[in-house]
Design a protein around this ligand. Structure first.
Ligand SMILES: Nc1ncnc2c1ncn2[C@@H]1O[C@H](COP(=O)(O)OP(=O)(O)OP(=O)(O)O)[C@@H](O)[C@H]1O
Length: 364
């Protein structure tokens, strides 16, 4: 879909992209990206390495120009290849936080934040201090960037991005490179700041935890195309590709034969008909299955299984089982320490079946 050149984008959209395409030489990096982001929405952008996430964010920022299509912010065109219209990054009213977002080295933390505030209002130091408090950096206002840890620099980068009161914040892997604890804290701060300000965010990440903690909506990019656009619960209940299944905790890939019985899809294991959730497979035949631990329970009429490994995680036993007659290795989550031998049953709502050729690449 593309809008006629002078047409107004749909009402209420903060960001509107239509038919945006981009190539680097012969490498097509973005294909016909068409997207609306309303005000106040937190959008996650996920996808494998090289899927085009950074390029997409950079075209919205105006740091890179697409070859085709239009981009509008607040209803105004900022990029239109057909007319040549181009609004430079500094006039797009966006906040940006990138993984290696450089702070001005010769300015203190407080000065870095104040320098990003438009106008000359007398309340600037006070507002800058409030932002420092928001990112838990009070007391460090006189420090220079070189005197800060990576996580602290990233927090100042976030405060600086918010200083101009943007209505759209672009974040390109702002948490990568931070250790787990700092990452969790920073994630909470981003959530609080973005929610508190009412701005929209477009957040690039490889970390599935971000989906559950931050997103209103998730866009999955593959080969420069948006292949899934869903709320987190939709992503969980209907992962459209093996990659997304893996992002939501499923393991595979098990070769299976998909069958249909009484209008129900399933796989046949000996005498048993195991219901499944078919994803993009419309006929019987060879297929590939992915299973989530939430769909595995011990049951006396289940498949014989041998415990291979067990770890205690967040109050539960995450157990790896081997099922010899299926030759599947699957995880379960147990409330009590599991026995060495047991029987396992599967819940078809967590057992996803894809065309045989679809096998997930690593998530990152
Ligand atoms: N300046 C450039 N010149 C040539 N090719 C480029 C350039 N920038 C990006 N690419 C290519 O475009 C594709 C998409 O890159 P991009 O950085 O947008 O992916 P990504 O999804 O952000 O990846 P990652 O998760 O690894 O950061 C890749 O194949 C990359 O090699």
């Amino acid at each position: 879909m593309t809008y006629p050149d002078q047409a107004t984008p749909p009402d209420g959209s903060l960001l509107s992209m239509a038919g945006v395409g981009k190539s680097h030489g012969r490498n097509r990096v973005l294909h016909d990206i068409t997207l609306e982001v309303p005000r106040g929405q937190f959008v996650l952008l996920m996808g494998g390495s090289g899927s085009g996430k950074t390029t997409l964010v950079r075209t919205i920022a105006g740091l890179e120009r697409p070859d085709t299509g239009t981009i509008a912010l607040r209803g105004d065109r900022v990029e239109c290849r057909a007319t040549g219209r181009f609004v430079p990054p500094e006039r797009r009213g966006l906040g940006m936080v990138f993984q290696d977002y450089a702070l001005w080295p010769h300015l203190t933390c407080l000065e870095n934040i104040m320098a990003a505030m438009p106008g000359r209002g007398r309340d600037r130091p006070e507002r800058a201090r409030a932002l420092l408090r928001d990112v838990a950096m009070e007391g460090l206002e006189a420090r220079y960037p070189a005197q800060l840890s990576g996580g602290q620099q990233q927090r100042i980068g976030l405060a600086r991005a918010m200083a101009a009161r943007p209505d759209l914040l672009l974040l390109d892997e702002p948490l990568s490179g931070l250790d787990v604890e700092v990452r969790a804290r920073m994630r909470d701060q981003i959530r609080r700041l973005v929610r508190g300000s009412g701005c929209s965010a477009l957040f690039v990440t490889h970390d599935p935890v971000d989906v559950w903690r931050l997103a209103d909506r998730v866009l999955v990019l593959d080969g420069g195309r948006i292949v899934q656009d869903a709320a987190p619960d939709g992503l969980y209940s209907r992962p459209l590709s093996p990659r997304v299944a893996r992002m939501t905790g499923a393991e595979g890939a098990f070769p299976v034969h998909l069958s249909r019985r009484d209008a129900q899809w399933g796989i046949v294991h000996g005498e048993r008909f195991q219901p499944v959730t078919p994803m993009g497979v419309g006929r019987e035949g060879p297929a590939t299955a992915y299973l989530r631990p939430e769909g595995v329970t011990q049951a006396s009429d289940g498949h014989a299984a041998r415990r291979m490994d067990v770890t205690f995680e967040a109050g539960r036993w995450r157990t790896l089982w081997h099922l010899p007659h299926l030759d599947w290795s699957v995880y379960s989550l147990e409330d009590a320490s599991p026995p060495e031998q047991s029987f396992l049953a599967f819940d078809g709502r967590h057992l996803f079946v894809y065309p045989a050729s679809d096998v997930a690449q690593p998530v990152s």
